[in-house]
Design a protein around this ligand. Structure first.
Ligand code: FAD
Ligand code: NAP
Length: 539
């Protein structure tokens, strides 16, 4: 069945899942295997989520393909042939489509359909889920598999509508692509999407001006085609590798560091940082020493080292200075690039440091800063997302007594394990706030959550139970624990989207769980083993 064929929407199912990215696809498969009837609503016209929407030039994964892939089907692992170490968006989308076909997922996915509201109906003990097309579906279980990075965000700049040229957001890239040939391009934003797209756009455009508010730390990806021998080796040892992923801190097995950055000589540290830089792996850089995430002085050694690297590559010292971040390494999501710093040596690429000359408005002709107007034919917004909570609070979710999730979370998201929220029975979130999610290889975290949710539903059905809901006490304790762990780290020192700092008015709360994938999984397994401790279960 093709993605574009209309699906009839059922009136009543066991489970409604929102989103057909990696989370929703796997959840659909798991729940169907358990004999449940499921409908998935997806706003896009095909599966893939992130990899369906983010089609900007240069879009790639920054976790290796042989690690950023499903583990639930050993046959799938063996038969799929990844081509590159860090595949492009089209290759990952091709993989998602392959999975959809192989497991016949599309027959239960309703595409082009945004879920707008979901209400817990106390008497019936079911959710009533409504879509933008006016459909209404009853379900015993309601799962938001809506992604941490799917609610894109335009910047709060006056005059956005006045620009007469073409405007694009990296997360809503046209399927037919954009031809930059001969064009003057303005690009706003230097997070991962900006850092990946800038070198590629620069190759094509007549002239590229980048408007940077905060520089990123970026590491060269050293992407390359995968060698047949390394594919064969991974395929031969996949089970052990997957287990190592699940037990690791970030869903990517690495050599665990044993030394502080402050206990080695400058020369020794340089060698270690150089090796990480050469490896083209973010997780290698972040696990060079035991204390980069927790000790300012230790982190400063990495910061100074990367600043030096930037100055070695970027020839204009003033531009190099502007590209050097001042926040601790790793406290905003670092980037993996292909030719990013080298691109600043091109005569047709210009950097505008918005810290010195703030952005004032978008005009008919381009972008105006406090200093001058920059004319452009195309503006690219690489301005990111209302991360982690945006896709959840965009839906009018009402739990017990009509209480709204959005209002309940006004001071910041409150969850138990990032899986459920008190007052919202039989509702689950995949990689919700309060879980490792964005601090990890997300496919690993997605699979863990899906397996856990499928397990709890199986438990309810086996035991003849009707509802499950986080208790307020367990939730309070978990939120306190998430905050306590974040408090040991340097994360709160940066104005990051992890902290909600990129959205004006959003409460400043560190949203993901920084205790590590392995420890978190253990905790979730213990909760399940103790009869879902911290959840109230009713008949
Ligand atoms: P998504 O892929 O975001 O899918 C959610 C889906 O829900 C979307 O298709 C959306 O349309 C749909 N949806 C949302 N709200 C509604 C609604 N109300 N009604 C109907 N449908 C709705 N992670 C990594 O681990 N490594 C990486 O290298 C990496 N690179 C990334 C690169 C980019 C450009 C971005 C944006 C994210 C990246 N991520 C990466 C994170 C990535 O989001 C996850 O790895 C993963 O793809 C998330 O899958 P998901 O299914 O949970 O969410
Ligand atoms: P992002 O990291 O939030 O970056 C957005 C950029 O836009 C930031 O530089 C931000 O500056 C800037 N910006 C936002 N509003 C602005 C304004 N009003 N004026 C000027 N500048 C403004 O978003 P992203 O680059 O799309 O990436 C989001 C996340 O998606 C990443 O962190 C990562 O997790 C994932 N991702 C991964 C990859 C990958 O390599 N695999 C690629 C893309 C995305 P401030 O920093 O000052 O707010």
């Amino acid at each position: 069945m093709s993605a574009s064929e209309a699906q009839p929407t059922p009136r009543s199912v066991d489970a409604v899942v929102v989103g057909a990215g990696f989370s929703g696809m796997y959840l659909l498969h798991q729940l169907r295997e358990q004999g449940l009837s499921v409908v998935v609503f997806e706003a896009g016209t095909d599966v893939g989520g992130t990899w369906y929407w983010n089609r900007y030039p240069g879009a790639r994964v920054d976790v290796e393909s042989l690690a950023y892939s499903y583990s639930f089907s050993p046959d799938l692992e063996q038969e799929y042939q990844w081509e590159e170490r860090y595949p492009t968006q089209p290759e990952i989308l091709k993989y998602a489509r392959h999975v959809a076909d192989r497991f016949d997922l599309r027959r239960d996915i309703v595409f082009r359909t945004r879920v707008t509201a979901a209400t817990w109906e106390e008497d019936a003990g079911t959710w009533l889920v409504r879509t933008e097309h006016g459909d209404a579906v009853n379900a015993r279980f309601f799962v938001m598999a809506t992604g941490c990075l799917s609610a894109s965000k335009m910047p709060e700049i006056p005059g956005l509508e006045s620009f007469k040229g073409a405007t694009y957001h990296t997360a809503h890239w046209p399927h037919e692509g954009v031809d930059f040939t001969g064009k003057r391009v303005a690009l706003i934003g230097t997070g991962s999407s900006g850092v990946q797209s800038i070198p590629v756009i620069a190759e094509q455009a007549a002239d590229l001006t980048v408007f940077q508010r905060t520089p990123a730390y970026s590491l060269p990806a050293r992407n390359r085609p995968l060698r047949p021998d390394e594919i064969a080796e991974r395929k031969a040892s996949y089970r052990a590798y997957r287990q190592a992923q699940r037990e690791s801190a970030a869903g990517i097995p690495v050599t665990v560091p044993t030394k502080s950055a402050l206990e080695v000589s400058d020369a020794e540290r340089d060698v270690i940082y150089e090796a990480a830089w050469e490896s083209g792996s973010l997780v290698n850089l972040l696990s060079t020493f035991t204390d980069l995430a927790t000790d300012q002085a230790a982190n400063d050694t990495a910061k100074r080292w990367i600043h030096r690297k930037i100055h070695e590559i970027v020839k204009d010292p003033e531009v190099a200075d502007d590209l050097c971040p001042d926040y601790p390494v790793g406290t905003k999501r670092p980037c993996l690039d292909t030719g990013y710093y080298e691109t600043w040596n091109r005569p047709d690429v210009h950097l505008v440091n918005l810290r010195r000359t703030p952005l004032v408005e978008i005009t008919e002709k381009g972008v105006r800063t406090a200093e001058r107007e920059y004319e452009a034919d195309i503006i690219v917004y690489a301005t990111g997302f209302d991360a982690m909570t945006g896709a959840l609070t965009n839906v009018d979710i009402r739990g017990r007594d009509g209480v709204s999730l959005k209002e309940t979370w006004q001071a910041g998201p409150r969850t138990y394990l990032g899986l459920g929220s008190a007052g919202f029975p039989n509702m689950f979130m995949i990689t919700g706030p309060g879980s490792p999610s964005v601090l990890s290889n997300m496919v690993v975290s997605i699979e863990q959550h899906v397996d856990w949710v499928a397990g709890v539903i199986r438990h309810l059905d086996t035991e003849g139970l009707r509802t499950i809901e986080a208790t307020p006490q367990a939730q309070d304790d978990w939120v306190a624990h998430v905050n306590e762990i974040a408090g040991y780290t340097l994360y709160p020192k940066a104005n990051s989207w992890y902290m909600g700092a990129n959205v004006p008015g959003k409460p400043r709360v560190f949203m993901p769980y920084a205790g590590g994938v392995g420890a978190y999984r253990k905790r979730c397994d213990e909760v399940a083993a103790k009869g879902y401790e911290g959840f109230a279960l009713t008949v």
